[in-house]
Design a protein around this ligand. Sequence first.
Ligand code: DX5
Ligand code: ZN
Length: 215
Amino acid sequence: MSVLVAPSILSADFGHLADDINFINESPADWFHVDIMDGVFVPNISFGFPVMKALQKDAKKPLDFHLMIADADKYLEEFAKHGAYMLTVHYEACTHLHRTIQKIKSLGMKAGVALNPSTPVSVLEDILEDLDMVLIMSVNPGYGGQKFIANALKKVSTLKKMIDTKKLKTLIEVDGGVDTMNARDLENAGANILVAGNAVFSSKDRNSAINLIKG
Ligand code: DX5
Ligand code: ZN
């Protein structure tokens, strides 16, 4: 069993975005990982709806949206209109998480919840069965190209046990500092989808980087 790979558009060349979108279309990658940052929940701003529109037009693989924004509820309809397959919100940014998750599903998207490095997986005990995916952050969200925080591996194992004990099919995604060196450990711990920005886009041979992460 190999993992799915979701290259992060944040590491693409925005001056030649269409080229990088096409590269992913034709590569062995599985999803497009789309990082949305608002400068409030995280100390960085990524891009807005005009860029998402360009992405929606050209991308031929599922769009995996990772919202790092303070007020996700306000924009859920917009993300549905912009073609989100998976919409992941942060546990730390959602006061009424259950309501937000139900709303995402009612709009026809799959629903995910992301956890910052300092948030334990135990906080998901009472919402896990409602989730299609949990995203374990292995860096503090806000920037690409950061160093992998090794404790994420332990969190993936703990989460995998919770999912199996409850007999659920919830997917586990890992995001931040993922590369060809830690991919197998993450897969063995229970990860299903690996996000990779720097490891793919700064590689000389991007296709083989994707294949090596896939396993
Ligand atoms: C960080 C983002 C990540 C990031 C991953 O806040 O959520 O998706 O783009 O990039 P790398 O793989 O370079 O850490
Ligand atoms: Zn992300």
